[in-house]
Design a protein. Structure first.
Length: 270
């Protein structure tokens, strides 16, 4: 069993990123998918994660929302997410603790995952009412504000089947934001979209960052999207961060051979 005494019970204000992965390891059986990952995401930062299939990039998001880890600690807003305090030390988090600790984190999936029998407005209202215990009146007001923000207030009474892919993705983003997350995770949110509607989703995400001071972690295969929208890009390879930096630096002047090979292969595929 891992010695957790090296990890603080909470991060001090002087050293408190919005998200911290500290020595995080994730395994599936004998396969190590994330290997001793250390990564800080500042409040309000937009970080894109790129890399070949199997490099561990989507697993980074899943550790925050869906799965447990086998080593290290993840902190969100200074508090441990994967562990909880017990008698002055950190122990593996209970399911109840995990549900509460994950409340500041929202996630948008590649294939939207909207409820097909609900309208756009009802999709956005469901979480605040059922999970946060918000009144339907307040949930409706919040949801309408967010649908306005993503440019879809005129579609609020439409079911997902009546919306385009880009519109469905914008509803999914509004639904995630209705839970008032501090951290928004975007998993390949443009990969199922036609190229002409990627721009509209890009503009929506840019607007959300400035309007809500959101911290965003995004996994994407689309390098142009990552370049345009990110403050920082992390290239993953073999469960580790091979290289990271500002988009212009990483895309135009990659320092590591594996990064160069990956970007060259992506450019050739385009």
């Amino acid at each position: 069993m891992e010695d957790l005494s090296q990890y603080p019970l909470e991060l001090p204000e002087s050293d408190k990123p919005m998200v911290r992965f500290q020595n995080v390891t994730k395994r599936y059986g004998a396969l190590t998918v994330l290997d001793d990952l250390n990564l800080d995401i500042a409040e309000g930062e937009m970080v894109s994660i790129i890399g070949p299939s199997g490099s561990g990039k989507t697993t980074v998001l899943r550790m925050l929302m869906l799965e447990r880890i086998q080593g290290g600690v993840i902190y969100v807003d200074g508090k441990p997410l994967t562990h909880m305090q017990q008698r002055g030390r950190l122990v593996q988090a209970s399911e109840k603790y995990l549900r509460q600790a994950r409340e500041p984190v929202g996630m948008c999936f590649q294939h939207f995952n909207l409820f097909p029998h609900m309208t756009a407005l009802q999709n956005c209202m469901e979480g605040p009412v059922q999970v946060l215990g918000m009144s339907k009146k307040n949930a409706r007001e919040r949801s309408e504000e967010l649908l306005e923000l993503v440019g879809l207030i005129d579609k609020k009474d439409q079911h997902p089947s009546r919306l385009s892919g880009g519109q469905q993705q914008r509803v999914a983003i509004a639904r995630a934001l209705a839970m008032r997350p501090k951290v928004l995770l975007l998993d390949e949110v443009t990969s199922a979209l036609d190229p002409e509607v990627i721009g509209e989703v890009t503009e929506v995400i840019k607007g959300l960052v400035s309007a809500h001071n959101l911290t965003i972690m995004m996994v994407t295969h689309q390098m142009g999207f990552a370049r345009e929208i990110s403050d920082r890009v992390c290239f993953f390879f073999g469960g580790k961060i091979e290289e990271q930096g500002a988009p212009a630096d990483l895309f135009d002047n990659p320092q590591r051979e594996r990064t160069q090979q990956f970007l060259s292969a992506v450019k050739s595929a385009d």
